[in-house]
Ligand binder design. Structure first.
Ligand SMILES: NC(=O)c1ccc[n+]([C@@H]2O[C@H](COP(=O)([O-])OP(=O)(O)OC[C@H]3O[C@@H](n4cnc5c(N)ncnc54)[C@H](OP(=O)(O)O)[C@@H]3O)[C@@H](O)[C@H]2O)c1
Length: 336
């Protein structure tokens, strides 16, 4: 079968096309014929670390969806023909997070990912694709959508009357915006681009701030919310955004700590957290149970992921370059 491997010696693209043996499912496993795989910011970090940490020779991308085309001898949970998506952490099925799950993240240094024609996974590591979604749409869900869902809804309890701030118009941000709109929460979007802000408005965003032309976006946010601030914040930037997030959080609000778009290791001034009785919620994607609950919500609200662009399998390096450009609005997908 055809696949890509991460390879630190493969020039600027750091990906090589390979032909490898099609995997066979054993007991307790299914094989997926992958129809689409999608990219996340994390996949750029992984490519940038190619040549280190055992990444070379790994199949990249955590996110993908397709059709079960073979099952192990004892498998009764899934049948050939079922439409499924992979869960980000192979081993985080339900219950609270455990540190040991980190090594089971697909498309990282210890586990192959989804940029291959066929992938074998345990029966417990896949979820049914909602009927109203294509495989291209379903491939966008495992990392970005589950992260936004787990942080904002499962842990954050976002609902009607809340106000959500999302940073930028990438994958996690737009899923957050769509969940807020469906739940009756008011959404604030900050973006580098007026054109992207107009598109966010069409998706239901109520307050739009260009962080390039309004670098003090926290001040603008406070003015636009009559001094109330945001009850929920998807903190995607890290060191470059954290202090402004801290100044934007409403009394009793929740900052969902997720992102590293401006680097790792934010050192925010935590004083306001105390005076506003606010919380920080740390999130690493989510479990199969989170994914399944989110899919019910997607079905109930007929939500379709926002797909920016679909690339062919041969164009996978271009898909990564497009993600790196930051010009996208929503998700980037590779079709197999
Ligand atoms: N903790 C977790 O489990 C988890 C899970 C998923 C993602 N993440 C992290 O969350 C972040 C977002 O991931 P993603 O895959 O959604 O990324 P993405 O699709 O690549 O989003 C990139 C977008 O973020 C916006 N952005 C960049 N710098 C910004 C800044 N300084 N202020 C505000 N917005 C900025 C830009 O939007 P505009 O062009 O509109 O300005 C850019 O297009 C990443 O850091 C990723 O590593 C963490």
């Amino acid at each position: 079968m055809k696949a890509y491997h991460v390879n630190g010696h493969a020039g600027a693209g750091r990906l090589v096309r390979v032909d490898v043996r099609k995997p066979e499912p054993g007991n307790g496993e299914v094989r997926i014929r992958v129809e689409a795989a999608s990219l996340n910011y994390r996949d750029l970090i992984i490519l940038d670390r190619a040549g280190q940490d055992g990444l070379d020779g790994r199949i990249p991308l955590s996110d993908g969806a397709g059709v079960v085309d073979a099952v192990g001898p004892d498998v009764v949970q899934w049948q050939v023909g079922d439409r499924v998506a992979a869960s980000f952490f192979r081993d985080w099925v339900s219950g609270p997070f455990k540190a040991q799950y980190v090594a089971s993240a697909l498309g990282g240094s210890t586990m192959d990912g989804m940029l291959a024609e066929h992938v074998v996974l345990p029966v417990t590591a896949v979820v049914a694709v909602p009927e109203h979604l294509t495989s291209i749409e379903a491939a966008t869900l495992p990392c970005a959508a589950v992260t936004a869902w787990h942080g904002l809804v499962t842990r954050g309890g976002m609902g009607q009357g809340d106000t959500l701030l999302v940073q930028g118009t990438g994958g996690v941000a737009l899923f957050g915006l769509q969940f807020a709109t469906a739940l009756g929460a008011r959404a604030i979007v900050i973006s580098s681009s007026d054109e992207k802000l107009a598109r966010a408005k069409a998706l239901g965003a109520a307050i739009l701030i260009n962080y390039r032309t309004t670098p003090d976006w926290d001040v603008a946010l406070m003015t636009a919310t009559d001094g109330q601030g945001a009850s929920h914040i998807l903190e995607l930037g890290g060191p470059g955004t954290y202090d402004r997030s801290m100044r934007s959080v409403a009394s009793g609000g929740k900052i969902v700590q997720i992102g590293v778009l401006t680097g790792f290791g934010p050192k925010p001034d935590l004083a306001r957290l105390q005076w506003e009785n606010a919380d920080i919620i740390g999130v690493t994607v989510g479990s199969v149970d989170h994914f399944t609950a989110m899919n019910r919500f997607l079905i109930d609200h007929a939500i379709h992921p926002i797909v920016d662009r679909v690339f062919g399998f041969d164009e996978a390096p271009e898909a990564f370059a497009h993600l790196r450009s930051g010009s996208h609005f929503g998700k980037i997908v590779v079709k197999l």
